[in-house]
Design a protein around this ligand. Structure first.
Ligand code: COA
Length: 324
């Protein structure tokens, strides 16, 4: 049986670190409030970086890690809601930046913080159908460009970052075992950004600033409910139980949300990977960034069962179960 196997991972975060202490000078907040309510201590902020720029850096690293050359890639999917431009897609910029061969399909998908798992779902289907052999999947967002830096309810939560994986069509038991993606548009108003592009506008630019808007409490409850459900769905579909999971890599939004999922599944703390204390919520970048770190920290072993789960604006939610 042909499966999509993750052959290489990569990630990139901008150099600039914004700490909770620095935020105390920007909005009426405190390091104590932010760490207690969210677990976040600092995040990265893009200065001159663009979405396609950091996506390209993460992708380069993933290609190197997979020992795959750009001209072997036959599909590029980028998950982002903060693209450089409305069009062309970020994926087309990445294709050009990396010199991936002409004619290869490249497109973006929009599912906010669930974006990477949506992209993985699509890539997996291309691979299993035989349409693609080597796929570059990137999750990337620059939320610093759509944050209202006067709104303490939201500006403390997010950061910028990118992660990428290279998938290869391989025979055998290892690879993506399942993906499930869901949405419920009736809840769009609890988390949204009205419009926007990631490149800064000129002072007289005609585009209204697309500040992210969020109902924190409603979002929190929906996150716990949908991610809990998504984990159970992935386990049931594969005839697995929580004890079979070697590592859960959840969307890095809030430590308390992650804790609630952990308790629902009855997983010990050391089976959950978190890095949100250093990066905050990087939206579509969150899961592949955490995955790349986990790989580099030696947290994944061959044949381990790895569960990914995400939640985001839309509402959207998703899971993927992978045999490493
Ligand atoms: N610093 C200090 N006080 C803050 C603050 C900040 N950065 N942000 C909000 N507050 C205040 C509010 O003004 C409010 O004050 P009030 O009660 O006087 O009106 C109070 O803190 C809010 O308290 P509460 O709603 O109980 O906070 P909370 O425990 O729900 O935590 C969030 C707020 C936003 C951290 C939490 O709801 C959350 O994480 N939600 C999910 C967000 C998310 O993950 N979004 C992305 C999903 S992909």
């Amino acid at each position: 049986m042909i499966r999509a196997r993750i052959e290489g991972t990569g990630s990139y975060v901008p150099q600039r670190v914004l700490t909770n202490q620095e935020l105390e000078g920007i909005v009426d907040t405190s390091d104590d409030w932010i760490t207690t309510r969210t677990g976040i201590r600092e995040r990265r902020i893009a200065d001159k970086d663009t979405t396609s720029g950091i996506a390209t850096k993460a992708a380069k690293m993933a290609l190197k890690d997979a020992s795959v050359s750009p001209n072997e890639i036959d599909l590029i999917i980028v998950a982002t809601v903060t693209p450089d431009m409305f069009f062309p897609s970020t994926a087309c910029f990445v294709q050009s930046n990396l010199g991936i061969k002409k004619g290869v399909p490249a497109f973006d998908i929009s599912a906010a913080c669930s974006g990477f798992l949506y992209a993985l779902d699509i890539a997996d289907r291309y691979v299993r159908s035989g349409a693609s052999k080597k796929v570059l999947v990137i999750g990337v967002d620059l939320f610093s460009r759509i944050i209202d830096w006067k709104d303490r309810n939201t500006c403390v939560l997010f950061g910028d970052g990118a992660g990428a994986v290279v998938l290869s069509a391989k025979k055998g038991k290892r690879g993506i075992l399942s993906t499930h993606i869901h949405s419920d548009g009736d809840y769009w108003k609890i988390l949204y950004a009205p419009s926007g592009i990631s490149q800064k506008q000129s002072a007289k630019g005609s585009i209204e600033h697309p500040y992210l808007k969020m109902q924190g409490n409603e979002t929190f409850k929906a996150a716990v409910r949908t991610m809990g459900k998504a984990c159970m769905e992935a386990l049931r579909y594969n005839g697995a139980s929580a004890e079979d999971i070697a590592l859960l890599i959840p969307h890095q939004a809030n430590q308390r949300i992650i804790k609630a999922i952990q308790e629902r599944l009855g997983l010990p703390e050391d089976k959950i990977y978190t890095n949100l204390e250093r990066y905050g919520n990087t939206s579509a970048g969150s899961i592949p960034l955490a995955l790349d770190e986990a790989v580099r920290n030696g947290r994944l072993r061959r044949n381990d069962l790895i569960l990914f789960v995400a939640f985001g604006g839309g509402l959207t939610w998703a899971s993927a179960l992978v045999r490493w």
